[in-house]
Design a protein around this ligand. Structure first.
Ligand code: NDP
Length: 488
C-alpha cells in the first residue's frame, strides 16, 4: 500500500524531483509495519540543485521588505491550519503518534511558529549608537543558506520551527528530514510555494546521515540547525565548525522532574505522565527521571499505576486512542532492551513492560506505557535517554539532595518541579542546570518562549525572539561626521 507516495522524493526549486540513482529506502507506517511510500536518498546532483536554488532564492527573498516576507509566512500558517486534519493524519502515518495528539500538537504548532515569526520580523530593527558628533548604526542581516536536519519525532513541527525564524530573517533553507519520517516536510514545502514563497526558498532533500553530513560541510551553507541525539550533534557541530558555520543544536536529554511532598499529587502525576508518555515517550524534553519525595512515594506510585493502566494503546488513527506505536522496529527493539536492562539491574516494574496486542495491527511497533520504581541514580535507565514511554521513579528526602541528583547528568535540556511552596518553586528552577524549566506543569513549549538545552543538550535557542539572534547577524556601520583625524 504505497498510498502516501509523493510525486517524487525531493522538493527542490519549487517542484518535486527524483533521482533513482540514490539509495532506495521505505517509509513504514509504524502501526502496521506496512510500506506506505518509497524514496531515494539524495544524490550529489540533488544536493547541488537544492543548494544552488536556495542561494538564488535567498537573494531575491532577502531583498523583500520584512513585512512582505512575514505575509508569506502568515499565509502559509493559514493554509496549514485550514488543512490541519489532512496534515495531522499524515503526521500520524509518518510517526505512528496518536491522531488525538497530532490534531492539536503538530501542524498547529508549526502554524504558530510561522504566524509568530511572520508577525514579529518587521519589528526586528537595528539600533543607532550616538558617538559624540559621529554615530553608528546596526543592521540585522540574514546569514544566507541554512540547513535544517530533523529528528523523526516531530517531522512537521521541526520543519516549521526551523523554517519560520530562518525565512523570516531573510534566509533560505534546505531541510533534510529523518529518513524514518520523510513525508511531512514535503507538504510544508508545497504550502510555502502556494503561499507565495519563491521557488528554492525551502527545499526538502531526503536521505540518511550521509546527506546531512554532505549538507553540513558544503561551502554554500552558512548555518546548520540540527534536532537530533547528542552523538549526532557532536558530529554535526564539528563538521560545521570546519567552515565556521553558525549552528543551533537541539539535542537529547534525561530530564528530572521533582515532586515535593506538598505538591498537588494528581497534577504531579498528570505532569509525569505527560512528560513520559506523550508521543509514546518520544519527546526530547521528557522528564524521564521522576524524583518523588519519599513521604508521598507509595501514594504517588499507586495512583500512577491506576492511571497508567487506563491509557488506551491502539490504532493511532482512532481518535479515542491515547498512545500509538513507537516510530520504528529499531526503536521498539531499543526500548524493549532498556526495559530488560532495568529489570536485570533491579528496578521494580510497577506496570507495563510488554508489547500489547492491538487487533488488526499485530505487526505494529506497540509498547505498553511502563513505570519502574526503586530506580537508583546509577541504573542505566536513570542515565541514558530511552526515547520511549518508560518512566523511572526515584525517591528523595531533601531539596538539596534532589537537586544535586537531578543535576548530576551530562544533559541539560529540561527540568520540572511540582510544589505549592512558591519560594521553593523558584529556588529549584534557578538551581536546575537546564535550558527549559517548568513549575507545576510539564512539557509545554509555546512559540513565545525560548526552547533549548544547556550542557550537552544543545547550543542556541528555538522559538521566541531569541531565535532571531540565531538566524541573523549584526552589521555595524560607523559614520564619521567630521574630518579624518590622521597622524600620517
Ligand atoms: P539522530 O541524531 O539519529 O538523527 C537526527 C538527524 O540527523 C537525522 O535526520 C539523521 O539522519 C541526521 N544525521 C545522522 N548522522 C548525521 C551526520 N553525521 N551529519 C548530519 N546529519 C546526520 O536522532 P533521531 O532521529 O534518532 O531523533 C531522536 C533524538 O533527537 C533524541 O536524542 C532526541 O532527544 C533528539 N531530539 C531533540 C529535540 C530538541 O529540540 N532538543 C527534539 C526532538 C528530538 P537519519 O536518521 O535519517 O539517518
Amino acid at each position: 500500500m504505497t498510498l502516501f507516495q509523493p510525486k517524487a522524493s525531493h522538493f527542490v526549486d519549487g517542484a518535486y524531483i527524483e533521482d533513482t540513482a540514490g539509495t532506495a529506502f521505505d517509509c513504514v507506517y509504524p502501526a502496521t509495519g506496512e510500506v506506505i511510500a518509497k524514496f531515494h536518498s539524495a544524490t550529489p546532483s540533488i544536493i547541488d540543485a537544492a543548494l544552488n536554488s536556495a542561494q538564488r532564492a535567498q537573494k531575491q527573498w532577502a531583498a523583500l521588505m520584512p513585512v512582505e516576507r512575514g505575509r508569506v509566512l502568515r499565509r502559509a500558517a493559514d493554509f496549514i491550519r485550514d488543512r490541519n486534519r489532512e496534515l495531522s493524519e499524515l503526521e500520524t502515518m509518518d510517526t505512528g503518534k496518536a491522531l488525538q495528539e497530532t490534531l492539536v500538537a503538530d501542524a498547529t504548532s508549526g502554524a504558530d511558529a510561522l504566524e509568530y515569526f511572520g508577525g514579529i520580523v518587521s519589528g526586528m530593527t537595528g539600533e543607532t549608537v550616538p558617538l559624540g558628533e559621529d554615530f553608528a548604526y546596526t543592521i540585522r542581516e540574514p546569514l544566507g543558506v541554512c540547513v535544517g536536519i530533523g529528528a523523526w519525532n516531530y517531522p512537521t513541527q521541526i520543519a516549521c520551527w526551523k523554517a519560520a525564524p530562518a525565512l523570516a530573517c531573510g534566509n533560505a533553507m534546505v531541510f533534510k528530514p529523518s529518513e524514518t519520517t520523510p513525508l511531512c516536510a514535503l507538504k510544508i514545502a508545497e504550502i510555502f510555494i502556494e503561499a507565495g514563497a519563491p521557488a528554492g526558498l525551502f527545499n526538502v532533500v531526503q536521505g540518511l546521515g550521509d546527506v546531512g553530513a554532505a549538507l553540513s560541510t558544503d561551502p554554500r551553507v552558512d548555518k546548520v540547525s540540527l534536532t537530533g541525539s547528542v552523538p549526532t550533534g557532536r558530529k554535526v557541530y564539528a563538521a560545521a565548525a570546519e567552515g565556521l558555520r553558525h549552528v543551533t543544536m537541539e539535542l537529547g536529554g534525561k530530564s528530572p522532574l521533582l515532586v515535593f511532598e506538598d505538591a498537588d499529587i494528581e497534577d504531579a502525576i498528570s505532569g509525569a505522565m505527560l512528560g513520559n508518555f506523550y508521543s509514546t515517550g518520544q519527546v526530547c524534553s521528557n522528564g524521564t527521571r521522576v524524583f518523588v519525595h519519599n513521604s508521598i512515594k507509595e501514594q504517588f506510585l499507586s495512583r500512577l499505576k491506576t492511571r497508567t493502566e487506563a491509557i488506551r494503546v491502539g490504532d493511532p488513527l482512532n481518535e479515542d486512542t491515547h498512545l500509538g506505536p513507537l516510530v520504528s522496529k529499531a526503536q521498539l527493539e531499543k526500548v524493549t532492551r532498556y526495559i530488560e536492562i532495568a529489570k536485570s539491574e533491579g528496578a521494580t516494574l510497577v506496570t507495563g513492560g510488554d508489547a500489547p496486542r492491538v487487533n488488526g495491527h499485530e505487526a505494529g511497533f506497540f509498547i505498553a506505557p511502563t513505570v519502574f520504581a526503586d530506580v537508583t541514580d546509577d541504573m542505566t535507565i536513570a542515565r541514558e535517554e530511552i526515547f520511549g514511554p518508560v518512566m523511572a521513579v526515584l525517591g528523595f528526602d531533601t531539596e538539596v539532595e534532589a537537586l544535586t541528583r537531578a543535576n548530576a547528568t551530562e544533559f541539560g535540556l529540561s527540568a520540572g518541579v511540582f510544589t505549592k511552596d512558591i519560594s521553593r518553586a523558584h529556588r529549584v528552577a534557578k538551581a536546575f542546570e537546564a535550558g527549559t524549566c517548568w513549575i507545576n506543569t510539564y512539557n509545554l513549549a509555546p512559540v513565545e518562549v525560548p526552547f533549548g538545552g544547556s550542557k550537552q543538550s544543545g547550543v542556541g535557542r528555538e522559538n521566541s525572539k531569541a531565535a532571531l539572534d540565531y538566524y541573523s547577524q549584526i552589521k555595524s556601520v560607523y559614520v564619521g561626521m567630521g574630518r579624518v583625524d590622521s597622524p600620517y
